[in-house]
Every structure is written in structure tokens, then in C-alpha cells.
Design a protein around this ligand. Structure first.
Ligand code: MN
Length: 302
């Protein structure tokens, strides 16, 4: 498709975080989705918690969040600094560090813990990560749980045209617009509905164009630096730009050296019922989730 027939996505709103709170004692987060006024308008993305950057002192008692359940969606943890150790009631577990991603499918239910990794905690340092919750369609909410460790070395890196920076394709596919940019670069994550997730680094004063499908819900979250999106004012640290579903192109102009995350996904057009760590379609299913958890049906950590 040529540039001529593409139109720009319009900026709907620029959101600042809605609340700042601790998840356990390891994750000081700023909530972007569904906080402030985003609500459920970015389906399939249910939650974006931005953790840190925060300096942790050395300890031999790793901080984090202990045993808790999830049902009905996926948790995606992207680590920028620090190391996370995870284990769950299915016997899965793993350690992810800078550049790695953990894509956990809770589906019918898991109980897990998310901790600072022991050796990292013993030295301390800066912790910096994002956790997304990605919804599952009704047909997969009660599927078997699963777990994907996406290591840095398995995530393809696209060199952006003109030396503008780099883009890592975590999920979905990257479609370059410029003729000199590569096409059809696919990310390693297996998803239940179409999701494009890109970790992007842009150099100050450079710009890049990214195309995403028209009807996909799309947002850009800035971790560090600043960027203008389709002519918006500067979007800075911990701010989220929500785009509309009309056009398919976004032009990102970096005012500083910038780290940002592009989230884009096909909306799941089903009712959303939430209660804490459970996201289902109806209240009855939420009651069932609470009962199943309390009855030990989601298991326990051994
Ligand atoms: Mn969790």
C-alpha cells in the first residue's frame, strides 16, 4: 500500500496516569489503563501498569507480590531494568531480565507469584517494567493456562529508516511504510486475537512512520523522553496517547531520545465484567471465579 492512500490516525486524548500505588512491595506502579478515563476503550488491553523506574536497596528477602490468582485474560510483563522471577500453580516458572517478556495466559485460572529475582535483589538496583493485561475472547477464557518466555534474543529488531532508531516486534507483525523499511517482520508471541506490540527507541530529532490496521484500538505509551504523535503536542514520560480507529498511519517525532511502547489490537466486542484479578463476560462468571479460587480449583504454589 502506498503512502498516498493512507490516512493518519487522529489523537483522541493524551492521558496521564490515574493512580500511583504499590503492587506488593516490589512494584511501584502508575496505572494508565483502565485508570483515568481510558476504561474499556482500548480492548483487548485491560490494564497497563508502569512500574518504576525505582531504585531498590540490596536485600536477602526479595520483594514482590506473593501468591494471587488470575482468570480470563493474559498478563504480559516487559522488563526494562531489573530481573523478575515468576512461578505458578501449573508448575511453570521462569526468570526474565532486561529486554525479555513474559506472556502468561491465565485463561481458566492460575495462582502465581511475581518477585524480584533473588540474586538481583541481593545486589539491588533500578527496577523498571510494564505489565499489560490482554483480554481473552469468551471462547478462550476457560482454556488451559499457558506460559511463554520471550527472551531478548528471540525478539526481532527492525532498524528504522534514516537511523531514526530501533523497533522490537514483541507480538504481531511490523509493517514498514517507507520503501526502505523491512516488511512482514513477525514477533514471537502467540496471541489469541490479533495484537501488535512494539518496543520502540527513537533518537532525538528523528521521526518514523508506523502503520497499524484501521479498526485496531491503538495507543502509544512513553516511558522515557518525549514524542509528538501525528502532530500532537509533546507527549512525555508516563503519558499515554490514545488514537482513533479511522486512519492507519502514525508519525512519531522524537523531541528527545525516547523509549516508547506501541499497543494495537483488534477489539474484542464482548461484555467485560471485572473483579480484582478476574476478568470475565458476566457477573455470574465472576462469582464462579471467586468460588473456584476459594475452593482451590486454581491450585496453589508448591
Ligand atoms: Mn499477577
Amino acid at each position: 500500500m502506498s503512502n498516498a492512500v493512507m490516512s493518519d490516525k487522529k489523537v483522541v486524548q493524551i492521558h496521564r496516569y490515574g493512580s500511583r500505588h504499590w503492587v506488593g512491595d516490589g512494584f511501584p506502579v502508575r496505572n494508565l489503563i483502565p485508570g483515568n478515563s481510558v476504561g474499556e476503550t482500548l480492548s483487548p488491553f485491560l490494564l497497563l501498569d508502569y512500574a518504576g523506574p525505582e531504585n531498590f536497596s540490596p536485600t536477602d528477602q526479595p520483594r514482590g507480590v506473593g501468591e494471587h490468582p488470575h482468570r480470563g485474560f493474559e498478563t504480559v510483563t516487559i522488563v526494562y531494568d531489573g530481573v523478575v522471577a515468576h512461578r505458578d500453580s501449573t508448575g511453570s516458572g521462569g526468570v526474565i531480565g532486561p529486554g525479555d517478556v513474559q506472556w502468561m495466559t491465565a485463561a481458566s485460572g492460575v495462582v502465581h507469584e511475581e518477585m524480584h529475582e533473588k540474586e538481583w535483589a541481593s545486589k539491588g538496583g533500578v527496577f523498571h517494567a510494564i505489565q499489560l493485561w490482554v483480554n481473552l475472547p469468551r471462547a478462550h477464557k476457560m482454556s488451559s493456562p499457558g506460559y511463554q518466555t520471550l527472551l531478548k534474543r528471540d525478539i526481532p529488531v527492525v532498524e528504522l529508516a534514516g537511523g531514526a532508531g530501533q523497533l522490537r516486534v514483541i507480538a504481531g507483525e511490523f509493517r514498514g511504510i517507507s520503501e526502505t523499511m523491512p516488511r512482514g517482520i513477525k514477533g514471537p508471541a502467540k496471541t489469541f486475537t490479533p495484537v501488535h506490540l512494539y518496543d520502540v527507541r527513537l533518537k532525538a530529532g528523528h521521526a518514523t512512520e508506523i502503520a497499524v490496521p484501521t479498526v485496531f484500538n491503538t495507543a502509544v505509551f512513553v516511558l522515557q523522553g518525549g514524542v509528538s504523535v501525528n502532530g500532537s503536542g509533546r507527549v512525555g514520560e508516563a503519558e499515554l496517547v490514545q488514537l482513533d480507529n479511522s486512519g492507519e498511519r502514525m508519525t512519531l517525532k522524537a523531541t528527545d531520545d525516547t523509549v516508547l511502547l506501541v499497543l494495537s489490537g483488534e477489539p474484542i466486542d464482548e461484555p467485560v465484567a471485572r473483579y480484582g484479578p478476574f476478568v470475565m463476560n458476566t457477573k455470574t462468571e465472576l462469582v464462579q471465579a471467586v468460588n473456584d479460587y476459594q475452593a482451590g480449583k486454581m491450585g496453589h504454589l508448591s
